[in-house]
Structures are given as C-alpha cells and as structure tokens.
Write a protein that binds this ligand. Structure first.
Ligand SMILES: *[C@@H]1O[C@H](CO)[C@@H](O)[C@H](O)[C@H]1NC(C)=O
Ligand SMILES: *[C@@H]1O[C@H](CO)[C@@H](O)[C@H](O)[C@H]1NC(C)=O
Ligand SMILES: *[C@@H]1O[C@H](CO)[C@@H](O)[C@H](O)[C@H]1NC(C)=O
Ligand SMILES: *[C@@H]1O[C@H](CO)[C@@H](O)[C@H](O)[C@H]1NC(C)=O
Length: 596
C-alpha cells in the first residue's frame, strides 16, 4: 500500500470504502492498474464506437442509452446514461471463421468494477472460454449503471473524505446480533438512505438511483448486443449467427455471469428469453431472494466450508501451524479458535500496524475466515499461519495480508488518503451497491423503517452460520430507510422456456449453470433452483471448495464443458459432476490455471 502510485491509491480507496458490498465480488483485482486512459475524451454515442485504449491492448467505448428504459421515447432527446465498456478483442481477427463474437461478462458485486476486471482478468478468461483454432471471443466488460466508468455516477457523499469517514464509523458499530447494536446500525443506515435522497433531490425523477435496477442493466446488455451486431454489419464483417444474429435471427447475447452476475443472467433470460444465445453462470445467487431484500439464501453452507478448513489443517498435522499434538480431531482445533474469538467478545484487543491502531474484535477474526473461504487454495495456508500468530498475540500477519484485511476490515478504509483529483467518471461502489440491491428489492420489501423489520431480517440469517451470520446480516440491513424504487424493474416470475433444439439456423442454447460443491456465499442448492426455472438448462457440480467453480479451483472437466457449450451449444447432463484438478492444502499447493 505504501508505495502506491496516486491512481492506485485512488482505486484502492474506492474499493475499501465499501461497507455495502454485496457478494464481495469474488475476483476483485488485487491491485488496480494505473489509469492511463482519458475516458472524458470519448463522447458518448448511440452507436457503438470503439477507441483503442490502454496501450492499444483494449478497445474502449461509451455507449449512450436512455436513462429510463420505461420511457424509450426519451432515447433521442431525454436524459441518458453512458455505458463505460472495455473490450479485450478476440485473439483472431473478426474475419477468421474461429471468431466467436462478443462474450459479455459480469464478475459479481452487484457493484463490482466490471470494465476494470477485463483489464486484469480478460486474458485469463479467454484461456478458460476459448477453444484454440475453433472459437475465440471478445471479452466485453460493461460497468453497470451508477458506477465506475458508466455515467452518471451514483453518489451520496460530497467527496471521498465523507465516504471514508462514513465507512470508518460503520467499523465502530457494535454487532447487529445485540439488540442495542441492531438499533444503532439501523438508525445509521436510515441516515445513509436519507443522505442519498438528499443528494439525489436536485435530479428529481432523473436521479440515477431511480434507474439502476438489474433490469435496466439487462436492457443495457441487449442494447450492447444489438449495437455490436450493427457495428459488425456496417463494417461489412457480418459473421452471421456467431457474432449474434443471422439467418433472420435477432442478435443474441453471449454471456458469462459470476455470483451476482447469475442474478443478472437470470433476469436477462427471464426478460428476453428469445435473445439468449449462450449463457454460462457460476456461483448462483438466488434472484428471488435478492429481490425480496432478504439475502437468506447465501451462507447456508458456510459452516461446512469452515469445517473443511479445520479438517485440512488436522490432516496436515504438524505441517499446519494451528495443529497441536494433543488434538484428537479437527473439532479440537476449531474449538481453540472459537474460544479465542469468544474471548475477544469479553476482551477486545488492539494491535498496531503501519503506525495505525486496529481493533481486534470477534468479527475481525471471523472476517478473515470469510475472506479466505472465497479462494481456499491460496488462502488456507495463510489463514492457518496468521490465526496461529493471532492466538499467540501477534496480529501483524493478518493485518499485513491485503487479501484478508483490505476489503472492509478495521482501519483499512482510511489507510490511504483519498486522491484529491479523481477522474470525474469514477465513483465508489458503496453507493452503487445500495442503488442496485436496495432498488431491486424495494418493491417487494416495502418500507424498511421499523425495528421489527430489522429484527426479522437478522433472525433469518444469523443462525445460518455462527461464523458469518453477523457479517452477512449487515447486507440486507443496509437498505434500511431506502425509498428509491426504479420504474424499470423486473419483479418475476424468473424463468424461461427451453429454446427449440439448436440447428444450423439457430444459435440459442439453454443456460449452463456451474457451482462449487461447497460455496460459503452461493450454495449449490441455488444452482438447482435456477435450473428448475430455466428450461433445458443443466447444472455442473465441481468437487471444489470456495466461491465459484471457475475460480476456486481448476478443472479440465468443467472448463471442457464451458468451451464445448460456447462452441456448439451442447450441454452436459443436468447434475454432471466434475472433479477439481487442484484441492486446497496446508502447506500451500500450487494450482496452475487459477486467475493471476
Ligand atoms: C505498452 O506497450 C509497449 C510496446 O508494446 C510495451 O513495451 C509496454 O510494456 C506496454 N505497457 C503496458 C503498461 O502494458
Ligand atoms: C434459524 O431460525 C429459523 C427461524 O427461527 C428456523 O426456521 C431455522 O430452522 C433456523 N436455522 C438453523 C440452522 O438453526
Ligand atoms: C431451426 O431453428 C429455427 C429457430 O428455432 C426454427 O425456426 C427452424 O424451424 C429450425 N429448423 C429445423 C430444420 O428444425
Ligand atoms: C436439474 O436438476 C436439478 C436437481 O435435481 C433440478 O432441480 C432441476 O429442475 C433440473 N433442471 C432441469 C432443467 O430439469
């Protein structure tokens, strides 16, 4: 953190000040790359116009779309949004028969930095989805409404200082599992909602907070699909169905959605069932649950995931720093850590790191476990050694692991002072997370103003996981007092019929659904449920631990199905099980092919 360039500091600060993160986008780039492209130099256009960017490795565009899709008549003259798009071109020319057209992605969030993700992981993803010599995709990242390179931004705070100070205050709140803590957090969240209303008041109906539903993002996707097709046709490079559309068929979406991206995928498929060409979703979040505002279908497998960690440690014996020779089972190791966490309830301690004071609360330690469970292969050895150090009173290893501490833990928020001259088109994901998740759920949840609502919300989640209940319960509580309810919304029912069988003049295929066997934030049961709603779809269960099949481990089997599906539209049998080629180990075991 210390030697950061100014632009990196800016990005990091934005990322860190995000108490409202929803699924904690699984693949937040560990480091944001320096901003070297001047987005304000692009004038948004209603046609898709790409400009070389980032060392000419990428193509960037700002696509003009109506702000309010429920009033398409405003497209020409009304208020608009400009979608920030970064595309990593396919590794073959568009004239090559192996050119597979654009693959739109959403790596999660809901307010994850999608365009930036393409800069960091686009090339890795091409390795996962492309079939050399047979099918090569453009990887297209579009920042959802309200955030990052898509304008207008969703902003509640006057500046980064206000945002960082608020995030700091949130860190000081007591646990929502206590009656007093729940009251304080609810009152605070109501204040944030009010602040957003005040900030939006000047824009009236045209506030971005009224127009950033998942449904609007799905409609934006359709626009990108159509404008991409149009661009190819104009350039005389019409590739028929591969680039979307041909033989009289409308242009079709090709999409890969991770985590929250599966909600976006299900929303798109439900709204525009005849426009799905290919759709791969991985790490399934339940769209109905998300739209209800409950978030009660996420952490139900979390304790199982944590048990696997302790089992691996026990099996490693003395190679695991948490193991003691008197341990008769993994439960003994776990009991020691649990007792330590409980002791922090009675006696919180402080630690000094980098000239700052950090409060080591029970939730601080639990957050470490939570973070580590996303990517067990790299993180299990680190968790084991840093927890062992913590038990011995040394918190430096935890505090110095950015993957574990930087996102939302104590003190990290203000670790770097905000950049004073941020590019105006960028904005924190904190408010965008609120805008999307609270807006999507506003209609079903109704007024979220009462203590009874807050109590019921926590009660549904808290007992699902002793380790993660507190952290997760905070997510739905963030919507306390929210009032924006976007007119362009999708309220279900979710689902789509099976497309007609693929043939030479059809490019539609049912959804391919992936899941890790044990995923602490998007449990396997959600994948089955999603499949039951979308006709002809199939679930592939990967025998891995961690969030998402494609990033928790490497599996030739899973990736083979993904490649074949994108190439031909063929799905494996529903319920197919794929082995993972790597498993987490203590000590660390190398796994070639994980994201960089
Ligand atoms: C940009 O491209 C040049 C020439 O190909 C290369 O030497 C340089 O490392 C690249 N810079 C970045 C940031 O990728
Ligand atoms: C949590 O509480 C709810 C409602 O009180 C109950 O239905 C559910 O079975 C409980 N879950 C667990 C894991 O104890
Ligand atoms: C091929 O698929 C298209 C689109 O679904 C359908 O209209 C057409 O009848 C199909 N053709 C054959 C030969 O099955
Ligand atoms: C796939 O299998 C799951 C689990 O058995 C089931 O719930 C779902 O309905 C199946 N999907 C389809 C499309 O039949």
């Amino acid at each position: 953190m210390r030697q950061s360039s100014p632009s990196r500091i800016f990005w990091s600060t934005l990322l860190l000040s995000c108490p409202a993160a929803a699924f904690h986008a699984p693949l937040l780039p560990r480091q944001f790359l320096p901003e070297t492209f001047d987005w304000s130099a692009i004038t948004p256009t209603p046609e898709l116009q790409y400009h070389p960017c980032y060392n000419n490795t990428f193509q960037c565009a700002r696509l003009r779309v109506p702000l309010d899709w429920s009033r398409p008549e405003t497209a020409e003259t009304g208020p608009h949004a400009a979608l920030g798009i970064i595309t990593l071109p396919a590794t073959v020319p568009v004239t090559d028969p192996a050119y597979g057209g654009p693959l739109l992605i959403n790596p999660g969030g809901p307010a994850g930095p999608v365009a930036e993700w393409v800069r960091v992981y686009g090339s890795w993803l091409q390795g996962v989805v492309d079939t050399p010599g047979e099918r090569h995709h453009d990887i297209v990242g579009i920042d959802p409404r309200g955030l990052w390179r898509t304008t207008p931004p969703a902003v509640c705070y006057a500046d980064q200082f206000g945002r960082a100070a608020a995030a700091m205050a949130v860190k000081r709140m007591p646990s929502v599992l206590t009656p007093q803590g729940l009251r304080m957090v609810t009152a605070w969240n109501q204040g944030v909602s009010r602040l957003c209303e005040e900030a939006a008041a000047a824009d009236g109906e045209d506030s971005i907070f009224n127009h950033m539903s998942t449904a609007s993002v799905a409609r934006d996707f359709l626009e990108v699909v159509e404008r991409s097709h149009e661009m190819m046709m104009k350039a005389g490079k019409g590739k028929g169905k591969r680039a979307g559309g041909g033989g009289g068929e409308k242009p079709m979406l090709q999409y890969l959605g991770l985590s929250y991206g599966s909600i976006l995928g299900s929303t798109f498929a439900s709204m525009f069932p005849d426009r799905v060409g290919r759709m791969v979703v991985d790490g399934i979040a339940d769209a109905e649950d998300f739209n209800s505002g409950q978030r009660a279908m996420n952490i139900i497998d979390a304790e199982d995931a944590i048990d696997v960690f302790y089992n691996i440690c026990f099996d490693a014996g003395e190679l695991c720093p948490l193991y003691q020779t008197t341990d008769a089972s993994a439960a003994d190791i776990r009991a020691r850590i649990d007792a330590f966490i409980h002791s922090l309830e009675e006696t919180p301690v402080s630690a000094i790191f980098n000239n700052r004071v950090f409060l080591i609360s029970p939730n601080f330690i639990r957050s470490e476990l939570h973070k580590g469970m996303y990517t067990p292969i790299p993180q299990f050895p680190t968790i084991a050694s840093s927890l062992a150090a913590a038990l011995a009173g040394n918190f430096t290893p935890i505090l110095s692991n950015p993957a574990l501490v930087n996102n939302d833990n104590e003190g990290a928020v203000c670790a770097d002072l905000p950049d004073t001259s941020p590019p105006t088109v960028f904005v924190s994901q904190a408010e965008a997370n609120l805008g999307i998740s609270c807006g999507d759920s506003q209609a079903a949840a109704g007024p979220r103003d009462t203590l009874a609502w807050a109590e019921a919300t926590v009660a549904r989640i808290a007992n699902q996981s002793a380790s993660l209940g507190e952290t997760w319960a905070n997510l739905p509580l963030n919507c306390a007092g929210w009032r924006f309810s976007p007119p362009y919304a999708f309220r279900g029912p979710f689902g789509s019929p099976a497309p007609p069988p693929a043939n030479s003049s059809s490019s539609a295929a049912p959804m391919l659904i992936l899941s890790s066997r044990i995923d602490h934030v998007t449990p396997l049961v959600n994948a089955y449920r999603l499949s039951s709603l979308h006709g002809g779809s199939a679930v592939v269960v990967q025998e891995s631990l961690g969030h998402l099949a494609l990033t928790s481990s490497v599996s030739k089997c899973t990736r083979g199905f993904v490649k074949e599906y994108l190439r031909t539209g063929a799905l494996p049998k529903n319920g197919t099980v794929c082995e993972a080629d790597c498993v987490p180990g203590i000590p660390f075991r190398e796994c070639v092919g994980l994201p960089p």
